[in-house]
Design a protein around this ligand. Structure first.
Ligand SMILES: [Zn+2]
Length: 218
């Protein structure tokens, strides 16, 4: 499927999943030629079509003549510049993950093996006003390795080698946040021990087919 259509498909999916309301959120893909396809600003994600996808350079130059790109484009460009292997970024406001982000409650705890081995660490980035230069910079401490980021008093960001992977990351984050909220009602999640976590990292390459970046481990 052409990249532009892939991007449109996932715009519709984040809306259907309830990860955005009204015109919230923005999604992008890095093209093989290094340019970025990114959603236009002020458009409902369920209504995104070809004419609402902008093409830009990493320096912010708009190559498509039709639309103004997302107000959070700086966040996307910043991630692509720091992470050459990343080809898709999703920013949205999934309600359970965002509830943690606005309550200053971290999800960065080792409780679920599959989250530990796929998402890794889950940084809670210091608050910065939307659309400012401070927002992309708030990711800097963990931008080199994290797959997902909670934005304090705002929402969440997921990155991936493909848009499919970035979406899997945001979906896992939101599901995990929902589980953690339920666990709070039951008295709180029980964390895995150091030995149990180390066992997971030992098993990861053979059993789970993944070898999580050393910086992204507990
Ligand atoms: Zn936002």
């Amino acid at each position: 499927m052409p990249k532009k259509y892939e991007l449109i498909k996932f715009c519709h999916r984040v809306h259907q999943a309830g990860y955005v309301a009204a015109t919230d959120g923005n999604l992008s893909i890095r093209m093989p030629d290094g340019t970025i396809l990114i959603t236009a600003s002020g458009k409902r994600k369920e209504d995104i079509s070809r004419s609402n996808i902008c093409r830009a350079t990493l320096e912010g130059g708009l190559l498509s003549s039709n639309k103004k790109y997302s107000t959070e484009s700086k966040l996307h460009f910043h991630i692509y510049k720091q992470r050459p292997e990343i080809n898709a970024v999703i920013h949205c406001h999934p309600p359970f993950a965002t509830a943690f982000a606005i309550s200053d409650k971290s999800l960065d705890v080792p409780v679920l093996p599959e989250i530990i081995l796929t998402l890794g660490r889950i940084p809670l980035c210091n608050y910065a006003a939307p659309s400012t230069d401070a927002l992309p910079n708030s990711l800097n401490d963990t931008i080199q390795y994290a797959n997902v980021f909670l934005l304090q008093n705002h929402g969440a960001v997921a990155v991936g080698k493909s848009i499919n992977e970035a979406y899997n990351h945001i979906e896992k984050l939101e599901h995990y946040a929902r589980v953690m909220l339920n666990a709070e009602l039951l008295g709180g999640a029980k964390q895995l021990s150091r030995d149990q976590i180390d066992e997971l990292y030992r098993l990861a390459p053979t059993v789970y087919g993944s070898n999580i970046d050393a910086r992204n481990r507990y």
